[in-house]
Structure formats: structure tokens, C-alpha cells
Design a protein around this ligand. Structure first.
Ligand SMILES: [Zn+2]
Length: 52
């Protein structure tokens, strides 16, 4: 699956890991994350991410 990187802070969303702190289970593709999810590092929205 494709990793996505936050263009503001450099946080990388890895679908194989997910984001446990936000309730995103491992194996969740970036496209399937709820639209109200925000970057766990800097708090920007999904529109500030691009494919790594
Ligand atoms: Zn960020």
C-alpha cells in the first residue's frame, strides 16, 4: 500500500502501521481514513498529505 507524507511536518502515514492514537487500524489505506482525521504530529488535514 502507498505511504503518504505530511507536507507540513514530514510525518509519514504508513498503512501497514495505521495510527493507533486516532483509532486507525493497521492495514487502513490512506484513502479509507475518515476525512476528519488530522496529522498526529501537526494537526493539519488530509489535504496536506501527498504520496511519498
Ligand atoms: Zn503534519
Amino acid at each position: 500500500m502507498t505511504k503518504y507524507v505530511c507536507i507540513v511536518c514530514g510525518y509519514i502515514y504508513d498503512p501497514e502501521v495505521g495510527d493507533a492514537d486516532s483509532g486507525i487500524k493497521p492495514g487502513t489505506a490512506f484513502e479509507d481514513i475518515p476525512d476528519d482525521w488530522v496529522c498526529p504530529m501537526c494537526g493539519v488535514g488530509k489535504d496536506q498529505f501527498e504520496k511519498e
